[in-house]
Design a protein around this ligand. Structure first.
Ligand SMILES: NC(=O)c1ccc[n+]([C@@H]2O[C@H](COP(=O)([O-])OP(=O)(O)OC[C@H]3O[C@@H](n4cnc5c(N)ncnc54)[C@H](OP(=O)(O)O)[C@@H]3O)[C@@H](O)[C@H]2O)c1
Length: 287
């Protein structure tokens, strides 16, 4: 039932919580966000995905990390909870821009350590390659952070198979996080899911139920609704269970800003789709 995060030795429940919607434009009150994080943990999620840039703009860096740290401080026992954060982007005036320069990554990591209130980050992911910085330089900076003990394990995000291999030649890579959901299947057509499966690298599909804009598509899709009706569950759970069934390295991280979303997504861990369900879903969403 539990899944490993690549070669890290860390095991987590198969569905994690994506923290982004709790800190970007349209975010809930802090009290509601804290309730959502607690509900997710109570429902069995124990991987939380965050980033320094889950915030409104550069004056608000670390908002989501501080929120998660606060929620975890409120709990009696956080044993086994894995918080994965990221560095390598900036939010000038609320925009999203890349900065994969080693000096930026070192500063960003120090800020994330402070925001999370930890001495070591369990999983630190390069948020995205920076076209203006050799990819190997960005990965090299993370390798140094790992050697310094500031981060335990390294992941990548928004990368190609070629970039995964460049990185793996420098340092062990335990996870890859790319966009992936029934309506965006690029992670199969570009070979990244297969590559991660072959090499035992955890694959964290982001926006697994379509993202802020695409979630309405999941909510109204006839196939997802039909399979969900047979099991008495939401189409969101069907999308998540379908992703889980696609590969043993899959670890979807659905976002939530509401308690109900987090609780519903967590329930997908218990949903077992039949061979007939999976065949129907694969026909609707060929990979
Ligand atoms: N690495 C990257 O570049 C990158 C990019 C985007 C996202 N991410 C990560 O991936 C996570 C997930 O992506 P996402 O938040 O963009 O999109 P998502 O997981 O597809 O979720 C989008 C929205 O769908 C709603 N939702 C989720 N599960 C639901 C359920 N079971 N029932 C009803 N509604 C549900 C939530 O709405 P409510 O807010 O109303 O609860 C959520 O905000 C992010 O939180 C972030 O941690 C990473």
């Amino acid at each position: 039932m539990r899944r490993t995060i690549g070669s890290s030795g860390l095991t987590v429940a198969p569905i994690g919580l994506g923290g982004m919607p709790m800190s970007i434009h349209g975010r809930p009150s802090e009290a509601d966000a804290l309730r959502t994080i607690h509900a997710a943990l109570d429902a069995g999620m124990d991987l939380i995905d965050t980033a320094d840039v889950y915030c409104l703009d550069d004056n608000d860096i670390g908002h989501n990390e501080r929120l998660i740290a606060k929620a975890l401080r409120e709990r009696a026992d956080t044993t086994g909870v894995v918080v994965a954060t990221k560095g390598g982007l900036e939010r000038p005036a609320g925009d999203w821009t890349t900065n994969g320069r080693p000096d930026h990554l070192r500063r960003a990591c120090d800020k994330s350590l402070a925001a999370l209130g930890v001495t070591q980050i369990q999983l630190y992911q390069l948020h995205a390659p920076d076209d203006d910085v050799p990819f190997a330089d960005s990965v090299g900076a993370l390798a140094e952070l790992r050697a310094d003990g500031k981060i335990a394990h390294i992941g990548l995000s928004n990368v190609s198979v070629e970039e995964i291999e460049i990185a793996r030649a420098i340092v062990p890579i335990v996870s890859v996080q790319n966009r992936c959901n029934p309506f965006d299947r690029t992670a199969w057509t570009d070979g990244v899911v297969q590559h991660c499966t072959t090499h035992g690298i955890a694959f964290l599909p982001y926006s697994p139920v379509g993202g802020g804009r695409g979630k309405a598509k999941v909510a109204t899709d006839a196939t997802l609704l039909g399979v969900g009706q047979r099991h008495g569950v939401s189409p969101f759970q069907v999308a998540l269970a379908w992703l889980l069934a696609k590969s043993p390295v899959m670890l979807p991280i659905p976002g939530a800003s509401k308690v109900a979303s987090a609780v519903d997504s967590a329930a997908a861990m218990k949903l077992t789709l039949t061979e007939a369900d999976l065949a129907e879903l694969d026909r609707a969403f060929p990979t």
